[in-house]
Write a protein that binds this ligand. Sequence first.
Ligand code: UDX
Length: 441
Amino acid sequence: MRIAVVGTGHVGLPTAVSLAHLGHVVVACDSDSEKVAELAAGRTPFYEEGLDDLLQAELGAGRLRFTTELAGAVAGAVVAFICVGTPPRASGAANLLALERVAEQIAKAATNDLVVVGKSTVPTGTAERLAETLARHGNGAAFTVVSSPEFLREGRAVEDSLSPSRIVIGSDSPGGFAVMREVYAPLIDAGVAYIETDIRTAELAKHACNAFLSLKISYANALARICELSGADVVAVADIMGSDPRIGRAHLDAGLGYGGYCFPKDLAAFSRLVGELGYAMPLLDEVARLNDEAVEACVAKVRDALWNLEDKRIALLGLSFKPGTDDVRFSPALALAARLLAEGARVVGYDPKAMAAATAEVGALQTAPDLYAALEGAHCAVVATDWPEFKDLDLAKAKELMAFPIVVDGRNAFDPAAMAEAGFTYYPTGRPVVKPGFRRA
Ligand code: UDX
């Protein structure tokens, strides 16, 4: 099937590459000509495990092509996926201007009847707006709008695209459903859960999922504060909660909180939408407040450990919003860096992938070429992102290098007893602080 994908960001690129991998002929377009040139040469503009290999394989197989010309991508296509960004406006509402502009261009470029699939996270009712825009600017072709929310996680985009937890298709057209069944036939045949529903439900479900996952994280972070006050251990509490299949263990890790380009902005947009619909759900705002509190709680620990922060050197381990990506958008690590810098500390960050993006965002942030260089002379190290390689830290070497052996762990990456045995004062999240000489009970 001939498919156009508009937008080659964190959703559009994995979508284009995986649709090609399913056997379709895909033309992906983006207005950024430099990005298109890089992609055409087989290079991904951001780090995503396995995506380079798949991109090169599909380019080589001739199933995937990139262009800056939307009209060229859409002409002759049976399906067009819209994967452009929906950034937040100052009010928190999603800015849907890019979506409208793309719909207008698609309408003008279509040479035949077309199924237009909205993948971007949007407020309920957007599909109707898309349909209206396509009809206004079209030149005879019939358009069927489908909503297919994307649930892929950054860092696992390839895995989530090729074996998704579920595929959701919202449409009010039997023809639209039929075409989408063809698009995803290989995944449906492989047993992937496939859900057909109405458009508004599909749109709302995406916001409902992201808000609920954010809620789980903020719940875990509130529990962390309670555990710190009561002497309980939030990791053990989360394990006990997670062993109940009705709750589930995923997204119950307390820490610095959630970041990235989905949870913070989707929660704000959902809260805004709910208000516009005439309902109030203060729970959503409380989730965001608890998320901000998680960063503040970490700053308080650093202050507790170091007293005044002026002229103290702090090694910030991890800068991306989560491991496995170089994405620093809404990264709690950078929010923390900004807070520590504002209190006069010298912050030296290290991240396996996100250093350039982080310094572009926070100018005063210094970086070190490796983990141990970041730790050298540090009065305190703060774990902000749980990159797996941090777990292999040579604790004896780290202690030797640091000015004070103090670790504040915003991701519970280390074993408290091992930290104490290695001679560290260790502040985990939602677990008792341990000092050198501590022995596990
Ligand atoms: C999320 C959704 O998981 C995905 O389904 C949706 O399509 C896009 O948004 P993503 O933003 O890639 O995906 O990351 P996710 O793995 O969900 O983590 C989001 C943030 O929450 C990260 O900052 C992560 O560190 C944090 N997090 C996650 C926690 O603090 N605790 C947890 O238990 C899980």
